[in-house]
Ligand binder design. Structure first.
Ligand code: PHE
Length: 332
């Protein structure tokens, strides 16, 4: 009987080790420790044994039982850990994109353009200013010489924010409100650029997006003329695009500049592209900001920043800049 129990422990260890999952282990558990197990049978026979033998066999049965219980518990822990790892692996979400061998990220083409423009104007002595994307009606329109209900407001498909009085708060439709903030906050001379995100309720197509970027320029000083504006934009064109490009100014209208113009560039293939609105800061705008138009004059311009990026890289669809497909973006 003792030999049987030793052999039984060895067999039991093998059976436990063979159990390949928790269900198989519970079957083995019942076989080895349940009511019909060898141990139960031996225990039921103890009563028929001599007292000494009973004591001896009884002790051995308990040892073997304890041994088997320990093996089963160990195996159960192992299998449970394995099952957990299996679940974790099966439910793992691979959030990394397919890697084409280029491991480092880089700046978005719009950001690159933004920074390049900043560098260029900072090199010409300008400072960089920013303003809020949610604006009040005064900074976006009123102070810029748009009288209430003036039809020029219809030039901008304004997205209003449900805050305060109706139509008092909006997503800025251009970066020009930052001109106002700069003039309110600092004394001339002012030589600043104001890059930022702007919003209009436009349907997305190859040349329009409801969210896009502009870079505004503002100069206010004594004796600033339209010639200074034209010269600045021409210098910008050569510096940004290279010597194959020239520019022109066409008469236009903005309530906040007088005279106003559109700035176009001529590409090496001879075609023209409209890139900015510009003009001499309207005396009413200077006065709104507490500046005496007799003493100060200035010019302003507003570029479509995304268009500059498209132009420079020969991209033909504005929407590509906002799709964030890394196969597209990693080209630039
Ligand atoms: N803010 C104008 C626009 O978004 C552009 C502009 C800026 C025109 C500065 C003149 C001067 O259309």
């Amino acid at each position: 009987m003792d030999m049987d129990l030793d052999a039984h422990l060895t067999d039991a260890a093998a059976a436990v080790a063979d159990a390949s999952d928790l269900d198989a282990l519970s079957v083995v558990d019942t076989d080895l420790l349940g009511k019909k197990s060898l141990l139960a049978t031996v225990r039921s026979q103890l009563g028929e044994m001599e007292p000494d033998r009973r004591k001896e066999v009884g002790r051995r049965v308990n040892e073997v039982r304890t041994g088997i219980e320990r093996l089963v518990a160990q195996r159960r822990a192992e299998l449970a850990a394995g099952a957990r790892a299996g679940v974790l692996e099966a439910e793992r979400l691979d959030l990394t994109e397919f890697d084409l061998g280029r491991r480092l990220g880089h700046r978005h083409v719009v950001t690159q353009t933004w920074e390049r423009l900043e560098d260029l104007f900072v090199g010409m002595g300008y400072t960089v200013a920013e303003g809020p994307e949610i604006e009040d009606e005064w900074h976006n329109f009123g102070a810029l010489n748009f009288p209430p209900d003036h039809p020029a407001r219809d030039m901008y498909d304004t997205l209003y924010v449900d805050y305060g009085e109706p139509q008092s708060t909006l997503l800025r439709t251009h970066t020009s409100p930052v001109q106002i903030r700069v003039m309110e906050e600092q004394e001339p001379p002012i030589y600043s650029i104001m890059p930022g995100r702007v919003f209009r309720s436009d349907t997305a197509d190859s040349t329009h997006m409801p969210v896009f970027h502009q870079i505004e320029g503002l100069v206010v000083d004594r004796g600033i003329t339209f010639g200074d504006l034209a010269g600045t934009l021409e210098a910008f064109t050569t510096a940004y695009f290279g010597s194959g490009f020239t520019s022109r100014l066409r008469p236009s209208y903005f309530p906040f500049t007088e005279p106003s113009a559109e700035f176009d560039i001529r590409r090496p293939d001879g075609s023209w592209l409209e890139l900015a609105g510009c003009g001499m800061v309207h005396p009413n705008v200077l006065a709104s900001c507490g500046l005496d138009p007799e003493e100060w004059s200035g010019f302003a311009f507003g570029f479509g920043l995304d268009r500059l990026a498209l132009m420079r890289h020969g991209i033909d669809d504005l929407r590509e800049l906002f799709r964030n497909d890394h196969r597209f973006l990693e080209q630039f």
